[in-house]
Design a protein around this ligand. Structure first.
Ligand SMILES: C[S@@+](CC[C@H](N)C(=O)[O-])C[C@H]1O[C@@H](n2cnc3c(N)ncnc32)[C@H](O)[C@@H]1O
Length: 229
């Protein structure tokens, strides 16, 4: 597993998943294509679903099934979904809970339409945690221009904290600009990421390098202060 851990790949999820051993991952936290928009062209090409739920699931089912294969028994799966397809979730994903994490767009407008379908590998629903699910997310800033559906790291930190413990391995096989991976890194989890888009996976790597440099700088400053106080 070491060859995969703490790495971001430019790869099709289906190819990466085929290389991962069964029962090797503690949690899959993945936010694949929503498939709900029509004629939508993403960085890597046209959305194959084009608003059609059947085409959406035809594309994603093999990815979802592989994700369950690589999960450890009892491992957790959080699957980001467009709420527009909610009537299909039961057929597609079996038993699950839906976590709706309240987010706010700038100027206090709430962002809707996105849900986390959460279950164990055995499709046992994982209930929403008791703690307040309101995650106030600031404006993501100019990075939003680089990806149409980037998630905020704060939102992913909520999901990572609830489903995993330090040292766990988290897989995000449709990682976009890497928000799940950044959340995992900040919370001392191990992680594996990939995206089919070369550009998105490169930006995810840059974000991770920046985070690690900032963490290193902070550690050096703390050591400097500790030496002198
Ligand atoms: C909803 S976005 C993920 C956004 C991400 N959570 C973030 O915060 O940046 C879905 C991603 O899935 C990627 N994708 C689509 N099909 C894929 C495939 N077969 N393998 C890997 N990535 C894929 C797209 O390039 C896109 O970046």
């Amino acid at each position: 597993m070491n060859e995969f851990v703490n790495k971001i790949f430019h790869a099709d999820a289906r190819d990466l998943l085929a290389k991962l051993p069964s029962e090797s991952i503690d949690a899959v936290i993945c936010d694949p294509m929503y498939g709900t928009a029509k004629n939508y062209e993403y960085e890597w090409g046209i959305d194959p679903a084009n608003g059609d739920p059947e085409l959406h699931w035809e594309y994603h089912k093999p990815i979802y099934e592989e994700c369950r294969r690589v999960l450890k028994p009892g491992g957790a799966l959080a699957w980001g979904q467009g709420a527009k397809f909610c009537e299909h979730f039961q057929d597609w994903l079996g038993n699950h809970r839906v976590w709706t994490i309240t987010r706010f767009r700038p100027k206090g407008k709430s962002a809707t339409g996105h849900a986390w379908v959460v279950q164990t590998r055995e499709q046992k629903p994982i209930p929403m945690p008791d703690r307040d699910s309101l995650v106030i997310c600031d404006n993501v800033g100019p990075i939003r221009k680089l990806h149409p559906c980037i998630k905020m790291v704060e939102e992913l930190k909520f999901v990572v904290e609830e489903l995993t413990t330090p040292g766990d391995i988290i897989l995000d096989c449709c990682c976009g600009l890497g928000s799940t991976l950044l959340a995992a890194e900040q919370l001392d989890r191990r992680w594996i990421g990939c995206d089919i888009s070369q550009r998105y996976s490169q930006i995810a790597k840059l974000r991770m390098d920046n985070l690690r440099q900032a963490q290193e700088k902070l550690r050096t400053e703390k050591d400097f202060i500790a030496d002198r106080c």
